[in-house]
Design a protein around this ligand. Sequence first.
Ligand code: ADP
Length: 248
Amino acid sequence: GASLELDQLAAAFNDTFARLEGSFDQLKRFTADVSHELRTPLTALRTVGEVALRGSHDADGYREVIGSMLEEVDRLTRLTDELLTLARADAGEAKLHKEPVDRGALAREVASHLSVLAEEKEQALEVDAGPLNVEADRTVLRQALVNLAVNAIKYAPGRTRIRVVTGRQGGAAFLEVADEGPGIAPEHRERIFERFYRVDKSRSREMGGTGLGLALVKWAAEAHGGRLELETEVGRGSTFRIVLPSAH
Ligand code: ADP
């Protein structure tokens, strides 16, 4: 009767409030994280500038200062670009422009784009890709693959092998990046996909990371109706796999 309905209504209200409270907390934490992430490079910029102004330097000295300031500007630019993409994704405004994408060609393009980075660490960047097409947003998929490959290069030691592989898995298409890096311990496995979560904050920053890379890859996979998988073993390496529904 009426009391049962009231009970249900009360339960529904409680649910809604709990969810609102949850997203409020999330928003608060996210805003605090963003402020902190912005302040770090801004503080570095200010310090480097102030120290340089205090003394007088020759042309090379100033060039070095400007170079290090530009590095921080780069990081800020990347951070704001990635935040903008995620904000659009959250608002449901990120429209995918789907077109037939040759994943093999995409994998080779990403690998050759990053070969200089890998060469610096004497890593072998290999591509194993077949010409299999998929309906996808090429730009979004490319950025996702770049993020995975950049992570592999960053976190795996020198003289190791990194493989970019595309293929089919049942009816689905996949693109993966496999490294022989440190792997990811069980307690971090779920959390590394969260915004700004890093296993080692200072190490990630040192290498120019924003902490948003994997959050973007996960979004890219899910926006295509797919998912992001991780296979990893500590001390052995990690394989991040974007699985997309229905290959053609
Ligand atoms: P960033 O690399 O900028 O810190 P990401 O979101 O791309 O941010 O990655 C989050 C964290 O996941 C990294 O800080 C690192 O600790 C861990 N990680 C990502 N890729 C790898 C990898 N290939 N091997 C080991 N750890 C990784």
